[in-house]
Design a protein around this ligand. Structure first.
Ligand code: SAM
Ligand code: DTB
Ligand code: SF4
Length: 330
């Protein structure tokens, strides 16, 4: 296929068009299937059009409620159904959360994301998280929370407390979803995302790859994210962190270049979103991370821990940024 016809079939121009429904799974598959250099050149061109290519946003994660989750997500070390060595802990205190936020800010993070191993929050739990949101804002950070499914009215309460972003992932394509999670449907997730959007909270929504899915599944996930109206402000792309005891432990690892391709496809189809190179960086070489930044990733999780698993430490990331001439986005 010559370049012109390839561009046509892949929907060139969609990056400047609000009509994201043009990105069918087939179109995104065409992107995935294109030569690596063509794909990266295109993604980087889109990236430069909308962002400073040398600035990367830093979010720090804190697990405010760890373990004991009733859900059965096959990738997750926090599900009570799997023996992974992650204990069921109490909700952290306000003081613990404030101290972690202060440290994150001192290290250069601009956003603080609080995660809870719940199916969804009960009213009392929501109120505790709302206090945490206020405390984190008081430290001068943007706030994000990921608490599971939200019931009617809960997103409005979080908004009133000052929550800036809510993270809730589609995780994978509708076809593959049932092999990964049976305790809640993708429609449940879509409903929560709609509630978040309606409440005026920014949407952070992405997925996980490296779970044994096909390229078509990855393309379908990206197409589904890009078809959201509007598409998410923030798109985390997680590479499965394999944890012993979870059903997905032992899955054949994803080719790292396929991870880079997924980032590029997210950038091309959601040109103005922050694309986050999320879980899985600890196992990734510097060269692959550099390719991800070139392909349009412009956000990372920063700090030595994700929720329960490891992440590169702050010194390592500072050294990588210095090597690549990257700087934290203010
Ligand atoms: N319990 C809430 C929920 O699931 O909505 C919030 C926290 S949950 C840990 C947030 C996201 O982390 C999941 O949707 C999934 O995409 C990601 N995640 C969890 N375990 C992971 C793993 N082992 N590797 C990569 N990503 C993971
Ligand atoms: C997201 O998409 N990735 C983050 C965040 N949202 C909450 C979580 C990654 C978790 C990795 C496994 C763990 O540390 O438990
Ligand atoms: Fe629970 Fe969230 Fe883990 Fe699923 S991903 S088991 S809902 S903590």
């Amino acid at each position: 296929m010559d370049t012109a016809s390839y561009n046509e079939s892949a929907g060139v121009g969609a990056d400047s068009s609000p009509r994201n429904e043009r990105w069918s799974t087939r179109h995104v598959e065409d992107l995935f299937d294109s030569p690596f250099n063509d794909l990266l050149h295109r993604a980087h061109t889109v990236h430069r059009r909308h962002f400073d290519p040398n600035a990367v946003q830093l979010s720090t994660l804190l697990s405010v409620k760890t373990g004991g989750c009733p859900e059965d997500c096959a990738y997750c070390p926090q599900s009570a159904r799997y023996r992974t060595g992650v204990a069921d802990e109490e909700l952290l205190s306000l003081e613990q959360v404030s101290a972690a936020a202060r440290l994150a800010k001192a290290n250069g993070a601009t956003r603080f994301c609080m995660g809870a191993a719940w199916r969804g929050p009960r009213q009392r739990e929501l109120e505790r998280v709302m206090e945490m949101v206020r405390a984190v804002r008081a430290e001068g950070l943007e706030t994000c929370a990921t608490l599971g499914l939200l019931k009617e009215g809960q997103a409005e309460q979080l908004k009133a407390a000052g929550l800036d972003y809510y993270n809730h992932n589609l995780d994978t394509s509708p076809e593959f979803y049932g092999e990964i999670i049976t305790t809640r449907t993708q429609d449940d997730r879509v409903q929560t995302l709609a509630r978040v959007r309606r409440a005026g909270i920014h949407v952070c929504c992405g997925g996980i790859i490296g779970m044994g899915e096909t390229r078509r599944t990855r393309a379908a996930l990206i197409a589904q994210l890009a078809a959201m109206e509007p598409y998410p402000e923030s798109v985390p792309i997680n590479n499965l962190v394999q944890v012993e005891g979870t059903p997905l432990h032992g899955t054949a690892p994803l080719d790292p270049l396929e991870f880079v391709r997924t980032i590029a496809c997210a950038r091309i189809t959601m040109p103005k979103a922050m694309v986050r190179l999320s879980a899985g960086r600890e196992a990734m070489s510097e060269a692959i991370q550099a390719l991800c930044f070139f392909a349009g990733a412009n956000s990372i999780f920063y700090g030595e821990k994700l929720l329960t698993t490891g992440n590169p430490d702050v010194e390592q990331d500072r050294a990588l940024f210095a090597k690549l001439g990257l700087r934290p986005r203010q």
